[in-house]
Design a protein around this ligand. Structure first.
Ligand code: AMP
Ligand code: ZN
Length: 460
């Protein structure tokens, strides 16, 4: 079966044919490193990790290149640095913020069992490439200099008589309507009200670099140009897949396409544009003001990363997710069970019943249903399939041990009480055996009797 992916630009599911099967190339917009990542940010990271693993499975590990950037120049970073380290020079404070946040991000997504991308470029290390693209855009008549800014003109792009894509095609918008509907208080240096910033002057003390296009004052890049530059440097002018959350389609990705295609006279930037749906919490939009803003870091204190990962993958990546406590509890139970039956089994080939739904535009809910189907049958295929999806990174004993540690339960004491209870039951002293069961329950331990004996787990 072939891989099929839904492409936001053509608005259809299409067979995935890489430009070069020996070098499949994917770019995903990464985090802006100024604060802990929240559980919504984890969604694209997990979704595209599954795609990365599936591409490696399909084309071979050595033949897939996955680039996810780190945005380390941004107003939000500057504001946070000034707030958190008021005594330090701004540039030093910024370095502290971006380094600490970057480290935290890697710890978080590592716990979610996401593989490191092949390259994680930082925006501040690609200023030369940004300048080069901007120079090309100015020379080509797509961008202009005004008051030490460089601005891109979507109208110039759509007026160009060439095989460029139409500005607005990706987000399915008409430029005329955008022009008509634009705000009236547009910055005075803009010629057109939909023009966007490629480069801007830095305020005193802010990070700054020599400017392109003959501008004397030093400046810094706009956000959109960063991704065009990093994708170009690491994947070339035209590559296979570009991904991110649905909120990035406009303006970020529309502007990336515009910059890259106009700079390199290309019809396309990426052949497949993929966007994950949004995540909300207990049926509400996640926001600081509603008090339901959850960081990955906080969640990891209560749940193993694989539980968060499974919980994310139970919903198809293009649908919205409602993140609930109830669903987390179910995901935890499912993983406990999979660990018990499959973690210590020699993994076999991933089952076709799991791989096929994945090949159909990453249908993870169907793949998970197939995993449940393997549970009572081919457990070695279950083990192999779970590993393909990034699960079972620990042994069954490690999994149990960590859970007990997290709950503060003394495993030896639990085993001793269970032995006492078994003895009580065999002498038919049910009063005593019930007393011990209640005692264990009060310690947060649930027990289960079966023909093979009594097993226990931490009750949630
Ligand atoms: P940001 O740091 O806000 O640029 O976001 C980083 C990535 O997380 C982008 O791909 C966003 O589209 C994605 N993202 C942010 N919030 C959510 C959310 N609530 N649900 C799903 N994806 C999100
Ligand atoms: Zn981007």
């Amino acid at each position: 079966m072939e891989l099929r992916l839904y492409d936001t630009l053509s608005r259809e599911k299409r067979a995935f044919v890489p430009l070069d099967a020996k070098n499949v190339r994917m770019y995903v917009c990464g985090p802006t490193v100024y604060d802990f990542a929240h559980i919504g940010n984890a969604r694209p990271v997990i979704v595209f990790d599954v795609l990365f693993r599936l591409l490696r499975h399909t084309f071979g590990e050595a033949h897939v290149k996955y680039v996810r950037n780190i945005t380390d120049v941004d107003d939000k970073i500057n504001d946070r640095a000034a707030r958190d380290f008021p005594g330090l020079p701004l540039n030093e404070a910024i370095r502290k913020v971006t380094e600490e946040t970057g480290r935290q991000f890697h710890a978080d997504v590592g716990a979610l069992r996401c593989l490191r991308p092949s390259v994680e470029p930082r925006a501040t290390e690609h200023i030369a490439e940004m300048r080069e693209i901007i120079e090309r855009l100015v020379k080509g008549g797509f961008a202009y200099v005004a008051e030490d800014h460089v601005l891109f003109s979507p109208q110039a792009m759509n007026a160009a008589n060439s095989s460029l894509p139409r500005y607005g095609a990706l987000s399915n918008r008409s430029l005329d309507e955008m022009v008509a509907g634009a705000r009236v208080d547009v910055a005075p240096y803009k010629k057109g009200n939909t023009d966007f910033v490629l480069w801007k002057p830095s305020k005193p003390g802010e990070p700054s670099w020599p400017s392109p296009a003959g501008i004397e004052a030093e400046g810094r890049p706009g956000w959109h140009i960063e991704c065009s530059a990093m994708a170009w440097k690491h994947l070339g002018e035209h590559f296979d897949i570009h991904g991110g959350g649905i909120d990035l389609v406009f303006p970020h990705h529309e502007n990336e396409v515009a910059q890259t295609c106009c700079a390199f006279h290309r019809e396309r930037m990426a052949n497949y544009w993929m966007h994950n749906g949004f995540l909300q919490v207990e049926s509400e939009k996640m926001s600081k003001s509603l008090g339901n803003f959850i960081t990955i870091h906080e969640l990891l204190k209560d749940w193993p990363g694989e539980v968060l990962r499974l919980n994310m993958l139970k919903t198809h990546y293009r649908s919205p997710i409602d993140w609930t406590m109830k669903s987390l509890e179910e995901s935890a139970k499912t993983l406990d069970d999979w660990y018990r039956v499959a973690a210590d089994v020699e993994p076999g080939k991933p089952a076709a019943s799991v791989v096929e739904p994945l090949l159909d535009d990453l249908n993870t809910p169907l793949a998970i249903a197939a995993l449940h189907g393997l549970r009572g049958g081919d457990v070695s295929a279950l083990a192999g399939s779970l590993r393909l999806l990034g699960f079972l990174s620990e042994s069954a004993a490690q999994w149990e041990g960590r859970k007990q540690q997290a709950s503060g339960v003394d495993a030896k004491e639990v085993e001793r009480l269970i032995a006492e209870r078994t003895a009580a039951r065999s002498r038919k002293d049910f009063g005593e055996s019930d007393r011990i069961r209640d005692l264990l329950a009060a310690m947060g331990v649930a027990i289960k009797d079966s023909k093979e004996g009594t097993t226990w787990e931490i009750a949630r």
